[in-house]
Design a protein around this ligand. Structure first.
Ligand code: HEM
Length: 359
């Protein structure tokens, strides 16, 4: 039996034989095509790793009862995804050492293939919880039309399966102390919010440097802020926002997420808080990648249409906003109030939320 070697373990012979230059086959090798292939292949390897981590997070958080230890592990895996995303963002710098003119040496040979056909990218989007209804259409067709039969099946299977958004939403909705018989948090929070908003309104009204028109505009804006806050206290108003697509989380999940953000200094809420923050980072990094990729596309091909046939840069730029998944978590900041205004927790509840050392 031959000993295991570095090359055998990593199947390097196979791996390093996977870079076939289309330009070489066409008889005019383009120097930068190797960089183009290596960059895309490394992306796909990292996508594979991200899917592996997301699967683990969904499995840990998707059970009927989530043990605190599992929250810590899920967080660890999510933080790894965040670290990988930073590498994915940096890889764009490497690819951009290829100039638009260098790209033209082989670009036409790639038609009609496109990153749009990356099945793993679609799987990541679906596993995160991007909804079909949110997706911008590509050439007036659903996204899977660009995939071959095998990829279409694998992407559809992921779309049907559990996704991170749903799993987190269900976990949040089960948070126990949001509605406690001994502590009417929402009544106290509402009173403090009203006080805070009254103070803000008085500041606008008293600003000497504002013109009358500017003051009226700011006060009109302020009425909207008050209405937004009301949606926290009135489930019907919240549901109306949800129906119009301005909220996605269920009402109980939203309240729990807000409580976690407000009381995150309580030891037991540390991991949930960090988990929600990691989800915000995952969403933010993906948006930043979409934006960087769109800029790179603009820089490389200008206003030409993509090899896959869409309006290229324009389509990609619009996905930055349209394809966000955890927008509700970003919007939680609207409802934060200063620590000094936070209703104090009853002692018993505080103790329950603390760490205990049983000697
Ligand atoms: C020279 C560099 C690149 C150019 C000019 C480029 C161009 C484009 C264009 C024009 C599209 C829109 C679809 C189409 O019509 O083809 C697209 C989509 C896409 N590309 Fe790239 N791309 C480049 C590099 C990359 C890299 C390194 C990746 C990494 C995997 C990538 C992944 C994707 C993905 C996932 C999509 C679909 C995005 C979505 O639908 O939201 N691209 N690309």
């Amino acid at each position: 039996m031959s000993l295991l070697t570095y090359g055998k373990y990593l199947k390097l012979r196979d791996l390093l034989a996977c870079q076939e230059l289309a330009s070489e086959k066409a008889g005019r090798a383009a120097h930068d095509e190797l960089l183009f292939i290596v960059t895309h292949q490394t992306y796909e390897l990292w996508f594979k790793q991200c899917l592996h981590e997301l699967d683990a997070v969904i499995a840990l958080m998707g059970t009927d009862f989530v043990n605190e230890r599992d929250v810590g592990r899920a967080l660890h895996y999510l933080e790894r995804v965040v670290a990988i995303q930073k590498v994915l963002l940096d890889q764009i710098d490497v690819l951009e050492t290829m100039t638009p003119l260098d790209f033209l040496d082989f670009r036409n040979l790639l038609t009609p293939s496109s990153g749009f056909q990356s099945a793993q990218f679609r799987q990541i989007e679906n596993k995160l919880g991007l909804r079909r209804t949110q997706r911008l259409r590509y050439n007036e067709a659903d996204y899977e039309q660009a995939l071959d039969a095998a990829d279409r099946a694998s992407v559809a299977a992921v779309e049907r399966g559990a996704n991170l958004f749903d799993v987190i939403e269900a976990w949040l909705a089960r948070t126990p102390f949001v509605d406690s018989p001994d502590f009417d948090f929402w009544r106290e929070y509402r009173a403090n919010v009203t006080r805070m908003l009254d103070e803000d309104q008085a500041t606008i009204e008293g600003k000497a440097q504002l013109s009358e028109a500017a003051r009226r505009a700011q006060l009109a804006e302020f009425v909207r802020t008050r209405e937004t806050f009301t949606s926290v206290f009135e489930p019907e108003q919240y549901e109306a926002l949800r129906a119009s697509g301005q909220r996605r989380l269920s009402y109980p999940a939203f309240l729990a997420a807000l409580m976690i953000m407000l009381y995150r200094d309580e030891p037991i809420l540390q991991n949930p808080f960090r988990l929600l923050t990691a989800l915000v980072e995952v969403d933010q990094n993906l948006s930043m990648w979409r934006h960087r990729h769109a800029l790179m596309v603009h820089r490389m091909i200008g206003a030409k249409i993509g090899t896959g046939g869409s309006s290229g840069e324009d389509y990609l730029r619009r996905t930055v906003e349209a394809h966000r998944v955890f927008l509700d978590l970003f919007n939680l900041s609207t409802f934060l109030i200063p620590r000094s205004m936070l209703p104090p927790l009853p002692l018993e509840l505080r103790e329950q939320l603390g760490f205990r050392w049983n000697a």
